[in-house]
Design a protein around this ligand. Structure first.
Ligand SMILES: CC(C)(COP(=O)(O)OP(=O)(O)OC[C@H]1O[C@@H](n2cnc3c(N)ncnc32)[C@H](O)[C@@H]1OP(=O)(O)O)[C@@H](O)C(=O)NCCC(=O)NCCS
Length: 163
């Protein structure tokens, strides 16, 4: 059965007005705690804007806005800032728990054929880990890194999608 219209998930290229929505979404304390490896100060619009200007100007980075029922629900992207190509994503909290991230990531992976593709998740970010596993990523190891959101070094899991 087709999902209700409000839950139709689509990807599209980023347009400038999306950034204000991403900014609001990344202010959410619970989301920051989950994602863990976040900016030093989520409330700093100038730093956010400069960071996103770099992202959008980088031809190596593929990024799509996630639309749910036509509204900006978040984004999904892959970058190679630390060497290997890595995928990451972020949704506004009102869109959590409905399978949106899984559908968005599956759609993104159909469009982007870069493999192997890696992902890193805080060890307690169960939702993100589930999203990755449902999209075919498998765990290959762990690492430690400093979490700005938590002010401490934490363990993160490394996953890979090979095909
Ligand atoms: C992580 C995030 C993208 C998940 O989005 P979502 O649309 O809610 O994810 P989905 O609904 O597609 O799937 C979530 C899965 O995790 C499961 N899950 C969620 N919380 C869980 C928990 N505490 N324990 C166990 N499973 C949990 C859900 O049941 C679902 O799995 P299922 O389909 O097998 O039941 C979203 O919460 C988010 O944007 N968080 C903030 C930013 C972030 O963490 N980004 C990822 C950085 S690595």
């Amino acid at each position: 059965m087709a999902p209700p219209t409000s839950l139709i998930v689509r990807l599209r290229k980023v347009i400038p007005s999306d950034l204000a929505v991403y900014f609001e979404q990344q202010l959410n304390p619970q989301a920051n705690h989950m994602a863990a490896f976040t900016s030093k100060n989520a409330t700093d619009w100038a730093a956010f804007d400069a960071h996103w200007a770099k992202i959008l100007a980088d031809p190596q980075i593929q990024i799509r806005t996630i639309l749910v029922g036509g509204q900006v629900a978040g984004y999904v992207l892959h970058h190679s800032w630390f060497g290997d190509p890595e995928v990451t994503y972020w949704l506004g909290q009102e869109y959590w728990g409905q399978g949106v991230a899984t559908r968005a990531l599956k759609a993104f992976l159909m469009q982007q054929n870069l493999r192997p593709l890696y992902a890193r998740v805080a060890e307690d970010n169960i939702a993100s880990r589930r999203v990755l596993e449902k999209c075919g990523f498998v765990m290959i190891g762990e690492d430690k890194g400093f979490s700005n959101a938590r002010g401490a070094e934490i363990v993160e899991f490394i996953l890979v999608l090979r095909t």
